[in-house]
Design a protein around this ligand. Structure first.
Ligand SMILES: Cc1cc2nc3c(=O)[nH]c(=O)nc-3n(C[C@H](O)[C@H](O)[C@H](O)COP(=O)(O)O)c2cc1C
Length: 168
């Protein structure tokens, strides 16, 4: 009981990967499979995955020494839209896809860091992305280096009282 919560609490964003340690193909396939089976609104699956191996990802997405990066792009035209307020669920879907990858990585004894801060235009150009696709979220993934440690922010979470309203 409570094993998933232990994993959720132990996880932290890794920004110091071991540059010598490549990621095994089998693990890579499992990470991608975790993304593929993610739930999406109305099951529209309005996303694409880009696997950036080695230097390519390190030059565009992060300088954390990660052996691989996975980029998730959204296809807004294909996203489920709530009629009442025109809310498009694509970005929410991609958050879930990214979370599937992140948790699969933890389960495989890998580390990861989600990344939103990247040069969108450079990515679109470099990867020759179709115009309808928009880069939303990337993950740096690999084995932790010996310098691995959680950042200060990892320990900063709001108290439940600040988050929760109970209505009875
Ligand atoms: C949607 C999203 C985008 C993020 N983008 C970045 C980023 O661009 N660069 C970065 O170093 N960390 C990024 N992070 C990591 C957060 O800074 C980190 O999750 C947060 O500070 C909590 O720390 P922890 O993951 O170690 O618990 C991102 C996290 C999320 C969920």
């Amino acid at each position: 009981m409570g094993k998933l919560l232990d994993l959720l609490k132990d996880r932290y964003s890794e920004r110091r990967f071991d540059p010598e340690k490549e990621l095994e193909e089998e693990k890579l396939e499992l990470l991608l499979e975790a993304a593929r089976v993610a739930p999406t609104a109305h099951n529209n699956q309005a996303f694409s995955l880009y696997l950036l191996k080695g230097e390519k990802g390190r030059s565009i997405l992060s300088n954390f020494n990660a052996p691989v990066h996975i980029l998730i792009t959204g296809i807004e035209d294909e996203g489920w839209v709530r009629e009442q307020d025109s809310f498009n669920a694509v970005e929410l879907d991609i958050g879930i896809v990214g979370t599937h990858i992140m948790l699969e990585a933890e389960d495989l004894d890998l580390k990861s860091c989600m990344i939103c801060e990247f040069d969108v235009e450079k990515l679109k150009d470099d990867l020759k992305m179709p115009a309808a696709e928009h880069p939303i979220l990337a993950l740096a993934i690999g084995y932790a280096s010996e310098a691995s440690k959680p950042s200060k922010r990892h320990f900063e979470r709001k108290n439940m009282d600040d988050l929760l309203t109970i209505i009875e």
